[in-house]
Structures are given as structure tokens and as C-alpha cells.
Design a protein around this ligand. Structure first.
Ligand code: UT7
Length: 367
């Protein structure tokens, strides 16, 4: 049975920085309160021309560059987002088109902030089963568009950004070792974007009632998160036959510094073993785990051979954890430059659109 290795990683965040002081001009809050209660100092906000697919494409191409893998070699793309570009088509298909992943199947997976763990597990299982050889997992968000900038309960928390991992099959042991996934829909109301689905399709009334904004019972989510995070880490370690002593790094979902601190206390682990960058990016939902991991890799914290645990929680309610032995890129003779693929993808996409029109015209003549 092949092993599923993480061979590439990339992140991309918008340039625009929104500080706590900036937010204090919008709602009754202040830098000290936000830092004390969340650990967040600033977050990135997408400009009008930035979307989940555009951020996701940048992260994906960087990840493919690290993996030395051409987009055309990808078998599968899973995109996970709490702020997808459309209801349909899947954001994964937009990314597939923009990077020119000509043979990849692409779909979205929705598990809110836990989406990256669930998606990684699905991609790893597909590789372990032998049905595919490579996969791209992208977590990408422009949640700032769903934030009510008059609600101080939520607008202080969220930020935009994208992170991506490439997974590849190899006979060498390592990579994704184990994972656990959990859900409890009885807590659906605790964190919800009620409008725009089939329960509350967009109408003047739903817009007036603010149903298209994130609604959150912060205390409830906080209690849930502190209860499940440590447990999920221990649960994922069990099938891997590992203990916390074997683990070099924990990469938690970056929602709130206090939640991470409580998880560290529960696990009786030093906070130094936790990768934390919530101060700079806020809560980027599905993108927070890969962004934190890429940050740690760039600082030289995570190294090949390290055993790490990714752990997340979010709306649903959902939570999960994954144990990984970090390997890095598979040594390759060729060196891929991903930029030409972006240009090729644009041209290909344009030609396919034109060809579809011609086909439509010709078939209408035949009828
Ligand atoms: O991916 C998952 C996403 N969600 C989460 O992870 C959210 C988890 N929850 C949290 O992170 C925290 O519950 C919050 C950061 C949302 C809130 O922190 P808290 O320590 O639970 O604050 P609180 O709601 O208990 O409010 C404490 C006080 C209240 O005032 P009173 O009633 O004590 O006078 C609030 O009205 O702080 C007030 N408050 C604020 N003050 C200044 C609430 N929000 C703010 C604010 N600025 N932004």
C-alpha cells in the first residue's frame, strides 16, 4: 500500500492589512481588548479583485513549485472553503482551470474551519488506496465578505488568505499516518451563515435581517473548542501508536490564542511546541492550518523527519486531527517552473470557451 507524503506547500495572503486600531474605528472595541481576548493584532483583507480562487491559485502554484510537480500531473484537487466563490461550480474547478491541471478531478469539501483536516484525510486515503498518485488540497478564504462590520463579536476575528499542500504517493514509509474526523450537527446554530442557502434564499427580507452575515455564539464555540482540541490530538495519536513525547510540533487551527493555550494546558505540553501565528493573520478558517504550517516551514521550525499533529475545529460542529511524519519534496531530476503553466492554462481556458461556442453553433445547425 503506498504512503501519502506531503511534498509541497504554499500560502498566499492579500497585501491589505487591517489592524485592531482600524477595527476600533468601525465598532466599539480596542486593540487591548482584542489582543487580550484573542491574541490577534492584525488580519489580511481581500481587495475587490481577490477571490478564493485567485488566492488559492497563488498558494497552489507555490505548493506545486516546492513539490516539483507540474499541474498537468495532478490527479485530484480538493478545495475547502467557508467562503466559496459560488454555491456552484466548485471553487476547486476554478482553481483547476486557472492552474491548468488538465487531468485532475476537482471538487469542494465543506467542513468549515475543520475542512483542511477532512480534505487532507480524503486525499491521503485516495492515495493510500492506490486509486490516485497525487493530490492538491487548498484551503482558501475571503470570509471578510461575510463579516458584519457592525458586529464586534465576529468582525475582530476573521481574516482572508489561502494555504495549499501537495500530496504524493511513495513506497517509502511516512507522510499522513492517521486521522480522526468528528461532527455534531446539534451544535449547528453556534456558528452559522444562515442566508443564501435553500432554507433562506436571498430576498430583501433576509438581507435586511442580516442573514447573509456570520452569526456566532462565541462563548459556546469557545467552550466546545477547548473541550475537543486536546482530545482529538490524543485520539489521532492512538492508531499511530505514538505519544505526545514523539511529537515535535502541533499545528492548531488559528482561531484564538486562548483556545490554543487551553489545549496546551490540557495536553500538559509547552506552548513552544505549538505553531501560532493568529496574531498576524487572525482566523483564516480552512486556510489557517496550512498558513501556520508554511510559516513554520519558512522559519525552519518544521524539518524533515518531524512528527507533527494538525488539529482543527469549527462550524458544523466539526473537529478533527491528523498525525503526519514530515518528509518534504520527493527528490527529482527535473525542475518545474509553474509560471508557464499559469499562462498555458489561461490560453487553454480561452480556447476551450471558444471551441464550446463553435461546437454549440455547429450542433444548432445540425438540429
Ligand atoms: O473557527 C471558529 C471560529 N470561532 C471561534 O473560535 C470563536 C470562539 N470564541 C471566542 O474566541 C471568544 O468567545 C470571543 C473572542 C468571540 C469573545 O471573547 P470572550 O472572552 O468570550 O468575551 P465575552 O463574549 O464573554 O464578552 C466579555 C465582555 C462583554 O462585556 P460585559 O458583558 O462583560 O460588560 C462583551 O460585551 O466583553 C465585551 N465584548 C467586547 N468588548 C470590546 C465582546 N466583544 C468585544 C469586543 N471589544 N470586540
Amino acid at each position: 500500500m503506498p504512503f501519502a507524503h506531503i511534498t509541497g506547500w504554499g500560502m498566499h495572503v492579500p497585501e491589505l492589512i487591517l489592524t485592531n486600531d482600524d477595527i476600533s474605528k468601525l465598532v466599539d472595541t480596542n486593540d487591548e481588548w482584542i489582543r487580550d481576548h484573542t491574541g490577534i493584532r492584525e488580519r489580511r483583507i481581500a481587495r475587490e479583485h481577490e477571490f478564493p480562487s485567485t488566492l488559492g491559485v497563488e498558494a497552489a502554484l507555490k505548493a506545486l513549485q516546492v513539490a516539483n510537480l507540474a499541474p498537468t500531473e495532478l490527479d485530484l484537487i480538493i478545495c475547502t472553503s467557508s467562503s466559496p466563490e459560488y454555491f456552484f461550480p466548485a471553487t476547486a474547478c476554478l482553481i483547476q482551470d486557472q492552474i491548468g491541471a488538465t487531468k485532475a478531478g476537482a471538487f469542494d469539501l465543506q467542513a468549515a474551519c475543520t475542512g483542511f483536516i477532512f480534505s487532507m484525510n480524503m486525499a491521503a486515503q485516495a492515495i493510500r488506496s492506490g486509486s490516485i498518485k497525487s493530490a492538491l488540497v487548498v484551503g482558501t478564504e475571503t470570509l471578510s465578505r461575510f463579516v458584519d462590520w457592525k458586529d464586534r463579536n465576529t468582525c475582530i476575528l476573521f481574516g482572508d488568505g489561502a494555504g495549499a499542500f501537495v500530496l504524493q504517493a511513495s513506497d517509502k514509509p511516512g507522510g499522513v499516518i492517521s486521522a480522526v474526523m468528528h461532527s455534531d450537527g446539534s451544535g449547528a446554530d453556534a456558528l452559522i451563515l444562515p442566508g443564501g442557502g435553500t432554507r433562506f434564499p436571498a430576498t430583501e427580507a433576509t438581507i435586511h435581517e442580516g442573514k447573509h452575515f456570520i452569526q456566532m455564539d462565541g462563548k459556546e464555540v469557545f467552550r466546545f473548542a477547548t473541550r475537543v482540541m486536546g482530545q482529538a490530538v490524543l485520539e489521532a495519536l492512538e492508531p499511530a501508536k505514538l505519544t505526545l513525547d514523539d511529537i515535535q510540533w502541533i499545528v492548531p487551527h488559528q482561531a484564538n490564542f486562548r483556545i490554543i493555550k487551553t489545549a496546551a494546558k490540557y495536553l500538559k505540553m509547552s506552548l513552544d511546541k505549538f505553531i501560532i501565528n493568529v496574531d498576524r493573520y487572525g482566523n483564516t478558517s480552512t486556510a489557517s492550518i496550512p498558513i501556520a504550517a508554511v510559516d513554520a516551514l519558512q522559519k525552519g521550525q518544521i524539518k524533515p523527519g518531524d512528527k507533527i499533529v494538525l488539529v482543527g475545529f469549527g462550524a458544523g460542529l466539526t473537529w478533527g486531527a491528523m498525525v503526519v511524519e514530515w518528509t518534504g519534496p520527493i527528490p527529482a531530476k527535473k525542475h518545474i517552473r509553474t509560471e508557464p503553466y499559469r499562462l498555458f492554462a489561461r490560453l487553454r481556458s480561452l480556447l476551450r470557451r471558444i471551441w464550446r461556442r463553435i461546437e454549440g453553433f455547429l450542433s444548432s445547425k445540425e438540429v
